[in-house]
Design a protein around this ligand. Structure first.
Ligand SMILES: [Zn+2]
Length: 58
């Protein structure tokens, strides 16, 4: 499983969206938008799945 990580546009901090997905699913939903409450700046951000950084969940 991969974690979707997004970069907060306000703070530049990487934010773990809490979304875990398989690569195969990821490729299917890459046009989707994800709305995440950002712990770094306290705002909500919307990102495209394709803009996510991937981090291996260990
Ligand atoms: Zn933020």
């Amino acid at each position: 499983m991969e974690h979707l990580i997004f970069v907060c546009p306000a703070s530049g901090q990487p934010i773990d969206s809490g979304v875990e997905t398989e690569i195969s699913t990821l490729l299917r939903i890459r046009q989707h938008q994800v709305r995440v409450h950002c712990p770094a700046c306290g705002e909500s951000h919307e990102w495209r799945v394709r803009d996510a950084l991937l981090e291996k969940a260990s």
